[in-house]
Design a protein around this ligand. Structure first.
Ligand code: PLP
Length: 368
């Protein structure tokens, strides 16, 4: 049965921050969507309410054993004034596949889509219009049964909040970043949680990331946990390298997150005339590629930044400098193509967009 969502609108709407003030994840829109789950009732009591904090029992399982899973997707305002979600179906499917890894129930994909659409519809005024901006949605699933025994919770909460965002790194969207090659810690071991968007993966990544920042780098390059030889991800993004004229990305595994931006890049590559391969890439291959001139580009991909060019990779002893401080040509082409589709400036031939508000209905409503 489809989820029925009750809406209580805020009586104290806040003002949308100026585009230059947005940053990433600093501001939150006026409402929160919440759905509860119990063994008896399944998903029930779906509601959109004025933004508020939760009361969690101090014994709530999520606070002790970390059953928490999230998603991140964006709603865009087109130049024509439509509001649309990018690949909401794929995000719903991914959450649905990830939840069982943490023994959690997930919303059915159609309910996930309905929740995202209903939320964005209520938060229309929070979808910024400027180039490079969006309303970032953060659907999250947590275990909230008060019980300290170690077993899956019998109660869960799905919630969704919205944050109007500018470019992820502030200022220059495509400024190449400096990356520390992490050879000590691992983000995700084989057989671990790396393939799902578990909050725990982020907890595991913070220390290396803080150390890298202290050493003057922007993020870390994660290597495979077993040999520390093969590249896996960069920060919280999937990794791409260009050797000669071929785009290469590591194949999905249980330690690599199946990024939807990654999938979009691989889907778009043939149409852009770019040869793409999914295969393992070692740090050694990157170092040799730079020495012999075949390594042309390295970039990360993710919903927040879309594409993030890498200008330098360093282990402390080995330093790989890529490009000349400018984004690579292939990185730029994917950035323009994906952001063009998201904003309605390029055709969506793959059904990636879900319209939430159409400019026609907005102007019709305005005339009433
Ligand atoms: C979310 C995430 C990505 C990027 O996924 P997108 O769907 O493209 O946003 C990549 N790696 C990790 C570890 C992630 O958590």
């Amino acid at each position: 049965m489809a989820l029925e969502i009750r809406t209580t609108r805020t009586t104290h709407p806040k003002a949308l921050p100026a585009p230059a003030e947005l940053g990433f994840g600093k501001h939150f829109s006026d409402h929160v969507l919440v759905v509860d789950w119990s063994e008896k009732q399944g998903w029930h009591d779906a509601r959109i309410e004025p933004y508020h904090g939760f009361t969690l029992d101090p014994a709530a399982s999520v606070l002790h054993y970390g059953q928490a899973l999230f998603e991140g997707l964006k709603a865009f305002r087109t130049d024509a004034g439509d509001i649309q979600l990018f690949r909401v179906h794929a995000h719903g499917e991914r959450m649905g596949k990830g939840a069982p890894r943490l023994c959690m129930p997930a919303l059915e994909t159609p309910d996930f889509i309905a929740a995202a659409k209903a939320f964005v519809n209520v938060e229309q005024s929070w979808v910024p219009a400027a180039q490079g901006t969006a309303l970032y949605l953060r659907p999250t699933l947590i275990a909230d049964e008060p019980f300290l025994g170690v077993r899956p919770s019998s109660r869960y909460k799905f919630f969704l909040i919205g944050s109007p965002v500018g470019s992820y790194y502030g200022g220059d969207a495509l400024k190449p970043v400096r990356i520390w090659i992490e050879t000590e810690q691992s983000r995700a071991p084989r057989g671990g949680l790396g393939a799902v968007k578990a909050a725990a993966n982020y907890a595991a990544s913070l220390q290396a990331s803080v150390r890298a920042k202290k050493a003057g780098f922007d993020q870390v390059l994660w290597l495979d946990a077993k040999e520390h030889a093969y590249v896996e991800e960069v920060g919280t993004m999937n990794l791409f390298a260009v050797f000669g004229d071929t785009l290469v990305t590591p194949p999905l595994s249980d330690s690599i997150l199946a990024g939807i931006t990654r999938d979009s890049i691989l889907a778009l590559a043939p149409a852009l005339g770019i040869k793409a391969e999914e295969r393992r890439v070692s740090v050694r291959e990157l170092i040799e590629g730079q020495k012999n001139g075949t390594l042309k580009e390295v970039f990360g991909s993710g919903t927040a930044a879309v594409i993030s060019p890498v200008g330098e990779l360093s282990t402390g002893t080995d330093k790989i400098v890529i490009g000349n401080g400018q984004p690579g040509e292939i990185a730029l082409r994917f950035y323009n193509e994906i952001t063009g589709i998201q904003r309605g400036a390029r055709p969506d031939t793959r059904g990636w967009l879900t319209k939430v508000v159409s400019s026609a209905s907005v102007s019709a409503a305005a005339q009433l």
